[in-house]
Design a protein around this ligand. Structure first.
Ligand code: ZN
Length: 336
C-alpha cells in the first residue's frame, strides 16, 4: 500500500480521494495565476492538500488587500512586499513538504513559454486580457483551465477541458462581467472563499482522475441576493472561435501591451528594459531623488506620483489612469 504522510490522513480517508488519489495529488503541478484574494485562497487550500504549485503575481501587498487576501499581514502591507514573496513565505510555513515555485512577473506569452509542464491552470486574475491568454495557452498545451471571477458578492466558475467546447473566448460575450472591478464595485471575502473552494474541489477531482465528477456547467452565485444558477453552456460554442475551433490562439502573441491600467486603481504599469535596480537607484540619486530600496523594488516620488520599479522592468505609476501621462513620467525619471 502506498504511504501517505500523516498530515494528509483525513483527506486520504475521504472516499473520493483515497490513498491512491492523495499520491496523485502530490505528483501533479498546478499553475495559479494571480495572488490576490482568489489566488491566496486557492493556494492556501491546495498547499494544505499537498499539491505542488507554481505561483505568479505582478503586484505587492497593500493595506486594502488585508480584508480578503488571507495569506498577508499588516507587516507585508507596511513593507510593500511583493505578493509572490509574502505568499511563498506563508505557504512554506503552512506546509514545508510541498514543492512551491513563486515568481514576481506579469504573465505574458513570453513568460508562459518558458514554463516547464503543468497539469492545470487556475485563473485568479482580475482582467480579461490575461484570462484569454491563459485560455489560449491551456488549449494549445492540451490542459484544463479553470476560469473564476468575483466582484461584490457575485462570483462565477467554469472549467474548460481541452477538446471540449465552449472555451472562455466563446463565452465572453455571454458572461455578465460588465467591466466591474473589485476597486469600483468592492468585494466581500465570503464570495472569494466560495469561488476559490469550487476551484479547489474541481482541481482535486481532476488531479485524482475523477473526470466523471467534474462540474461541466457555468456556475453563477450571488451570495447577497441569495441567487445561484448552474447553466449548461454546451450550445454556446462559437463555431468560428479562433481558440477552440480554428486553433489560431490569437492571445498567444508577443508582449501584447507595453502599458496596462491595473484593475481600476489609479495605477498604470509601464515597461522598461533595465539591467538591475542599482544602476537606476544611482541615476535617480544623482538627480537628488530620494530612493527607497527593497530586495525586489525601488520606490521614489516624482511630481506627486509614487513610483515603484520591479526587477523585471515594470514601473507602477500611482496617481494617474492615463497611459500617456504615465509613460511621460517614466521617461522623465528613467530616460527614454
Ligand atoms: Zn472557443
Amino acid at each position: 500500500m502506498t504511504h501517505v504522510p500523516e498530515r494528509y490522513a483525513r483527506q486520504a480517508r475521504f472516499h473520493g480521494i483515497g490513498v491512491e488519489g492523495q499520491s496523485e495529488l502530490m505528483e501533479k503541478r498546478v499553475l495559479v495565476v494571480g495572488l490576490g484574494a482568489l489566488g491566496a485562497a486557492v493556494a492556501d487550500q491546495l498547499v494544505r492538500a499537498g499539491v505542488p504549485l507554481i505561483l505568479v503575481d505582478r503586484d505587492y501587498v497593500e493595506v486594502t488587500n488585508l480584508q480578503r487576501q488571507t495569506l498577508y499581514t499588516e507587516q507585508d502591507a507596511l513593507a510593500e512586499t511583493p505578493k509572490a514573496i509574502a505568499a511563498l513565505e506563508r505557504l512554506r510555513a503552512i506546509n514545508s513538504d510541498v514543492e512551491l515555485d513563486a515568481r514576481i512577473a506579469d504573465v505574458s506569452w513570453e513568460w508562459l513559454r518558458t514554463l516547464s509542464p503543468v497539469d492545470l491552470v487556475l485563473d485568479a486574475t482580475d482582467n480579461v486580457d490575461t484570462r484569454l491568454l491563459l485560455n489560449d495557452f491551456a488549449l494549445e498545451r492540451g490542459i484544463p483551465f479553470m476560469f473564476a471571477s468575483c466582484v461584490g458578492a457575485y462570483g462565477m466558475n467554469y472549467t474548460i477541458m481541452p477538446g471540449e467546447a465552449p472555451c472562455l473566448r466563446c463565452l465572453m460575450r455571454h458572461l455578465p462581467l460588465a467591466g466591474q472591478t473589485c476597486a469600483t464595485a468592492g468585494v466581500v471575502a465570503p464570495i472569494v472563499q466560495h469561488v476559490a473552494s469550487r476551484q479547489v474541489v474541481e482541481t482535486l477531482k481532476f488531479l485524482t482522475g475523477r473526470l466523471e465528477k467534474l462540474e461541466r456547467r457555468l456556475l453563477i452565485e450571488d451570495m447577497w441576493e441569495n441567487q445561484s444558477q448552474r447553466l449548461d453552456v454546451a450550445r454556446l460554442v462559437d463555431v468560428s472561435c479562433p481558440s477552440c475551433q480554428t486553433h489560431e490562439y490569437p492571445s498567444l502573441v508577443s508582449n501584447r501591451q507595453q502599458t496596462a491600467l491595473l484593475c481600476g486603481r489609479d495605477v498604470v504599469q509601464v515597461r522598461r528594459s533595465i539591467e538591475g535596480l542599482e544602476p537606476i537607484a544611482h541615476q535617480l540619486e544623482r538627480a537628488d531623488i530620494a530612493v527607497k530600496r527593497t530586495p525586489f523594488t525601488l520606490e521614489w516620488r516624482w511630481r506627486n506620483h509614487r513610483m515603484l520599479l520591479f526587477l523585471d522592468g515594470r514601473v507602477l505609476v500611482h496617481g494617474t489612469d492615463e497611459a500617456h501621462v504615465a509613460v511621460a513620467i517614466v521617461d522623465e525619471c528613467l530616460g527614454v
